[in-house]
Ligand binder design. Structure first.
Ligand SMILES: [Zn+2]
Length: 77
């Protein structure tokens, strides 16, 4: 029985919660400790880019106004 068979896995700190994570092929979420931490990090980035893009979606009020104007134009012509 050998204790030197496997290389010692590299340990990194999860960027989200600072928990020690083994950097290995078996951890698909590396360098995060879990899916949750990875999603939290991605979510933070998504929020940031959303704020920078800042294009307000057209809401129903705008649509109604456009439709009303289109109707008026129709009846005028
Ligand atoms: Zn974590």
């Amino acid at each position: 029985m050998s204790t030197q068979d496997t290389a010692r896995p590299l340990e990194v700190a999860c960027p989200q919660c600072r928990k020690k994570v083994q950097w290995s092929e078996t951890n698909p979420y590396r360098p995060f400790c879990s899916k949750r931490c990875r999603l939290l990090d991605l979510g933070a980035w998504a929020d940031e880019s959303h704020r920078i893009a800042g294009e307000p979606a057209m809401d129903e009020t705008d649509l109604d106004a456009l439709l009303a104007r289109a109707d008026r134009d129709d009846s005028l012509s």
